[in-house]
Each structure stands twice: as structure tokens, then as C-alpha cells.
Write a protein that binds this ligand. Structure first.
Ligand code: T4K
Length: 378
């Protein structure tokens, strides 16, 4: 009988403020009765996020998916035009393209970074291409310079799904300054969360007004509806949690960095085990800790490790398996266009995200180390 954690250890665990910190903010909301529709907490959080993320435009949403949908709507891309993205992402990235009446086109990922491979993107560009969505998957940054060059060369909009990259920086530049806009998820599983939530961030201040209308049914004032908007708003309780969590993010990141060091100490140098790309100029967002397992070299597969951990009550996740091109609705070339993607096809059965949050204790790390190091599939 193998050892087992007494409490389950999950891939993610929400950062939650103390209830005694939250209570006064809830009292404020309750007494004002302003519970949603751009209330004071909402406005304060947008202002704080603008400072934190280093861009003038930070528009909150009820979740990351509605933020992605709205960002694409905002771009006014030609109907049915093609948007190139990665298949190695959460379903929301691809679905947001299809829900906007656009065609997702999947290019391959780079073998080292696992983000969109600019060469593969260039091969996928046609006269119908209108945009590129890069995904900073696991917090590894896309080749933003190469994607910007492609955008300029072919006159394409470039936006980023930055759901995994909250607070990341490249050579000191906040990640939200790249591209036309970046979309963040503030879901409970994210480093910075508002239980459910999302954000469109942009270096372009002029975007604010129209995104505001799109988020709120297109309503300008009591007399005028000026756009075909939706309800994408975040409520005051979510915003209050965001205000408190924003103060705790740096401490949580520091604790995750310690966990990263502990994981790295036993994983690096293991034959057939690869860690996320080393990006020395990048301040990591500390969102996920992916390992890429090569069975031929390591002796065991990703699924062997996943199962061995699960038997010990440790729930790593196969993000992102299946990849988007495996999804039932995307098996039709009518809906998507799939390019040659040997790297994504290989990596999808090799990648495993280990539990990565401050609740992962030394005993869990020891157990994970034992699974990786002892060489059994038990
Ligand atoms: N783009 C990218 C690249 C994304 O990764 C995501 C979301 C989006 C866009 C869309 O953003 P949102 O619309 O979601 O804001 C989770 C999250 O639901 C999803 O937000 C996230 N990506 C995705 C990578 O992970 P699942 O299906 O893995 O969630 P679930 O419920 O299995 O949770 C994972 C683990 O987290 C659980 O085993 C336990 C722990 N957990 C989860 C929840 C919900 C908790 O401890 N407490 C909780 O309340 O999708």
C-alpha cells in the first residue's frame, strides 16, 4: 500500500482574503446597495490594476471568456475571417474566436516555449487572415517581437490571451503593453483571482470608451444605445475580493517561487524531464509549473506519473490535453483550419502541470519527488 496525502492536493487553490478583512468591504457594499454596474469597488479595482499592469486601459469583466469575446468583438474583424492561434490552450481561446463568427486557424507551437511558433503562424497566413491571438501559456511569454513583426508585415491585429501571465514582465516591460490588447482571467484557479473575473488591458487609452459600451449592452446613457453590447460586468463583491487579493499577490508569488525552487531541485537533470523554457529576461507570473515528460528517455509516461500521483491523493492536471484541434466541434474543417502541428501533437501527451500554490506543503513535495525519483509506476 503506497503512502497517500490525507487531504487532497490540487493543481490550484484559490487565494482568498481573510473573512475579517472582507467583512468591512461587504458592509460598505450592503449599506450603499450599489452591488453591480460599475460601482465604487469596481472603479477602484480598475484604477489599481491600471497601476499594477502598467497600462491606461484596464476594463474588468465577469470572467476571462467574456473578456476574450468582447476583445474580439471590439476589433471588428471581417465576418468569417481567420484568426490564428495555438491549439495548446484552454477551450475558451478558440471558442471565443468561433463565437464571434470568425474561423480559428491553429498553427504549431515552438518546441522550447510551447507558445505560438511565429514560423508556423507565417505559413498559416492567407488573404483571409485578420488577427493572431498569442497565448502566454503556463506564464511562458510568446515571442512578442516576432508576432508584432508579422502583424505589421501582413496588417493583422495581434492580441494576447494572458490568462496565465498576470503581472509578468519582459525586460521590465509589463506584458499587457504588448499587442493591441491582453486578456486576463481572474478565475479562482488564477494567481490573482476575483472568484470569477476577467480583464481587457491595453496600452491604447482610446479603447476604453468602446469597450465600456460593449461590456454594458452598448448603453451610453438613459436615452442612447450606441453599440451591440453584452452584459460582461463584474459585480462589487468580486471587485472587493480583487482589491484584497491584489495586496496578497506578491507574497503568494514569493511562496510559489520557493516551491519552484524545491521542484526544480529534484526535477532538473532528470533524463527525459523538461521544465518550462528558461526566459532570463522575463519576470515569471508564477501561474503554473508544467513538466514535459519524454517516455522514451524517462522510462515512464506523463499518464503514468499523473496516475501515480492521483493514487497518492495529488491531483496534477494534463493542461492542455485534449488540445483544441481534438475537440468534437473542431474536427470539421468548415469551422476551423488545422495546420501541420507536430510539436503540439507530441507535447499534448507529455505535459503535466504539478500542484502550484502556497498550500502545497513539504510533505506533498516529498511525495511528488518520490514518485519522480523512485522509478516505479506503482
Ligand atoms: N484562456 C486561458 C489560457 C485559460 O487558461 C482560461 C481559463 C481562459 C482563457 C478563460 O478564463 P475564465 O473564463 O475561466 O476566466 C480551470 C479554470 O476554470 C479555468 O479558468 C482555467 N483557464 C483552466 C486552465 O482551469 P478546470 O476545468 O481545470 O477547473 P477545475 O474546476 O477542474 O479546477 C482545477 C482545480 O482547482 C480543482 O481540481 C481544484 C481547484 N479549485 C477549483 C475551483 C473551481 C479550487 O480549489 N477551488 C475552486 O473553486 O478549468
Amino acid at each position: 500500500m503506497e503512502p497517500k496525502m490525507s487531504d487532497p492536493v490540487y493543481v490550484a487553490s484559490p487565494l482568498l482574503p481573510d473573512l475579517d478583512q472582507l467583512a468591512p468591504l461587504l458592509e460598505e457594499i450592503w449599506s450603499s446597495k450599489h452591488v453591480t454596474n460599475h460601482g465604487p469597488m469596481h472603479q477602484k479595482l480598475e484604477a489599481e490594476l491600471s497601476k499594477h499592469l502598467g497600462v491606461p486601459t484596464t476594463m474588468l469583466f465577469g470572467n476571462g471568456t467574456i473578456a476574450l469575446l468582447t476583445a474580439l468583438k471590439f476589433l471588428d474583424l471581417p465576418p468569417k475571417s481567420e484568426v490564428i492561434t495555438t491549439p495548446l490552450t484552454f477551450a475558451a481561446t478558440a471558442h471565443a474566436i468561433a463565437w464571434n463568427g470568425l474561423k480559428p486557424v491553429f498553427a504549431d507551437v515552438d518546441h522550447t516555449t510551447l507558445t505560438l511558433d511565429p514560423e508556423s503562424v507565417e505559413l498559416a497566413i492567407t488573404e483571409n487572415t485578420s488577427a493572431i491571438i498569442g497565448v502566454h501559456v503556463y506564464g511562458t511569454l510568446c515571442d512578442v517581437d516576432a508576432l508584432a513583426r508579422l502583424g505589421a508585415k501582413y496588417n493583422l491585429r495581434v492580441i494576447y490571451d494572458a490568462a496565465h501571465a498576470f503581472g509578468a514582465r519582459k525586460s521590465g516591460i509589463p506584458v499587457s503593453q504588448f499587442g493591441d490588447a491582453s486578456i486576463f482571467s481572474f478565475h479562482a484557479t488564477k494567481l490573482f483571482n476575483t472568484l470569477e473575473g476577467g480583464l481587457i488591458a491595453s496600452p491604447n487609452e482610446d479603447y476604453k470608451e468602446r469597450i465600456y459600451f460593449l461590456r454594458n449592452f452598448g448603453i451610453k446613457n438613459e436615452e442612447e444605445v450606441v453599440d451591440i453590447g453584452i452584459n460582461g460586468k463584474m459585480n462589487e463583491v468580486q471587485a472587493a475580493i480583487g482589491l484584497l487579493n491584489l495586496k496578497a499577490v506578491e507574497q503568494e508569488k514569493a511562496r510559489r517561487r520557493e516551491l519552484r525552487a524545491r521542484y526544480t531541485s529534484f526535477l532538473s537533470g532528470l533524463d527525459g524531464v523538461r521544465l518550462a523554457a528558461d526566459q532570463p529576461d522575463v519576470e515569471n507570473a508564477e501561474q503554473y509549473f508544467p513538466v514535459i515528460l519524454n517516455k522514451a528517455q524517462f522510462g515512464r509516461s506523463r499518464d503514468d506519473i499523473y496516475e501515480a500521483l492521483k493514487r497518492r491523493n495529488i491531483f496534477a492536471r494534463k493542461y492542455f490535453h485534449p488540445i483544441c484541434t481534438d475537440f468534437v466541434p473542431y474536427q470539421s474543417e468548415q469551422i476551423v483550419s488545422t495546420k501541420n502541428m507536430p510539436v503540439a501533437e507530441e507535447v499534448k501527451s507529455q505535459v503535466l502541470c504539478l500542484p502550484y500554490h502556497s498550500g502545497v506543503g513539504v510533505d506533498a513535495v516529498d511525495m511528488i519527488a518520490e514518485v519522480f525519483l523512485n522509478g516505479t509506476t506503482a
